[in-house]
Design a protein around this ligand. Structure first.
Ligand SMILES: [Zn+2]
Length: 184
């Protein structure tokens, strides 16, 4: 526990501080809801080496796998995964599925024995995140006060603001947005 008292003006942000972790769950829920599409589920992944080093290696493999799936099936672009390494060696994630079905996600990530739990209502998302980050469940990295080393983040891809049009390179978006006066 941090030697400093945890107050609103001076948060300790310790992974073991119940108040800070609960607050973190709220921020995470807002971020996920802002970017998610489709239903939300908890999803559990099993990695071969559940140490922080092993987790980081698996995190790279998972990102590569999702990138590959996104190239072969555009619907994978809309799904996202946000997970935390657990003391029991699994990675507990919140997944937004976009247009994909449960079975497709489990099949796509079967190398990690992906198992989806029940669907999460938006109002229950904060509690679902708590299930993965509560101090009794989350992996406690020696000296680690933040989640970077034990967190998986694969955000859904956003649609481009406007589709690319075939046009002269002279007509850049700057000119479209703010047309220059024409001198006759
Ligand atoms: Zn705190």
């Amino acid at each position: 526990m941090s030697p400093r008292p945890c107050r609103s003006a001076n948060r300790c942000s310790d992974l073991q501080c119940l108040g800070c972790v609960w607050r973190y769950c709220r921020f995470q829920a807002i971020r996920i809801l802002n970017q998610s599409t489709g239903p939300l589920y908890t999803i559990s992944l099993t990695i071969p080496d559940p140490s922080p080093e092993g987790f980081r290696a698996s995190r790279v493999e998972l990102r590569n796998r999702v990138d590959y799936l996104r190239r072969t099936d555009l619907r994978w672009r809309k799904c996202g995964f946000h997970g935390w390494l657990q003391r029991d060696g699994t990675v507990r994630c919140i997944a937004s599925l976009g247009m994909l079905g449960r079975g497709e996600v489990e099949k796509g990530l079967e190398r990690w024995s992906a198992t989806l739990g029940p669907e999460i209502g938006h109002d229950d998302l904060r509690v679902a995140i708590w299930g993965g980050v509560k101090p009794s469940a989350v992996f406690k990295e020696a000296g680690g006060a933040r989640y970077q080393g034990i967190k998986l983040n694969i955000w859904p891809r956003r649609d481009p603001v406007r589709p690319k049009r075939a046009c002269s390179p002279f007509l850049s978006h700057q000119y479209e947005a703010d047309p220059m006066p024409v001198a006759f």
